[in-house]
Ligand binder design. Sequence first.
Ligand code: AMP
Ligand code: FE
Ligand code: FE
Ligand code: ZN
Length: 294
Amino acid sequence: MALIDLHTHSTVSDGTETPEELVETAAAAGIGTLALTDHDTTGGWDRAAAALPAGMRLVRGAEFSCVSLTGRPATPGDRATVSVHLLGYLFDPTHEAIVAEQRRLVAERVDRLRRMAQNVAADYPQLDADRIFDHVPEGTTPGRPHLGQALMRAGVVGSVNEAFAHILRNGSPYYVPKSDTPVERAVQMIVDAGGVPVFAHPLARKRGRVIETSVLADLTALGLAGVEVDHPDHSPEDRELLRGTAKDLGLVPTGSSDFHGTNKTTPIAAETTAPEAFEELVAKASGVPVVAGS
Ligand code: AMP
Ligand code: FE
Ligand code: FE
Ligand code: ZN
């Protein structure tokens, strides 16, 4: 049975395989339905679609950088905010609000990565902060993994993972925040564009604080369609918790690898989505169709 992996990244954001290579890797791993979900861009859609072998399907998507309260505020200001990721599938890529927001976010990411590189270079002069974008292809959404790669090339760390553990993690002295989209607004934008919003890795605790499930309940009322349950960063206990939450709220549970090539250690198809769950998501979409290779 062909596998379904609904969350992967290419060189159009912070993955290490081009969209063409990603499609080839997916096919070799037995994936029949692949979603391309680069951070804050649809720039890889056409390349991935053109590379599809016969019989393979492409779900065109993106991972939206968002900010959320951690829970329901009892009194104004009593809740922290956290950065969260929202997957959007099959939305109209020409939808004005999405185009404008993605443009804003990518510009912000360029500036923020430059500032982070300057912060890091102050302590690690081996890093040439002025050349941080030399290895970031034109049209790519830049992210911390690109800085991790630069630190590897400079011999400061042995892997991107190590760069995150010591230098790039949330809350590190070198970290520079960016102003992401309020998650409620992102859900609305995706729905307005005919797409299907799915909350990505809500309980990825190693990244820092996570949301309470009340946030998922409130987003469901706004049109959230699914939640990533099986994700490499979720513990077995949290997966069970989320499976229950999804059932209670009527959210479609998904499973995905969040493949980033060699920027992460998880192989493609390490986690997968059930065919019935996938069909439920597709039935809600009206933006663009699933593409089949011919
Ligand atoms: P940014 O979007 O620039 O804030 O960077 C976040 C990205 O870094 C995520 O999308 C992941 O791809 C990557 N990332 C986060 N934590 C790690 C880690 N421990 N090791 C490798 N990559 C990571
Ligand atoms: Fe990423
Ligand atoms: Fe993510
Ligand atoms: Zn991702």
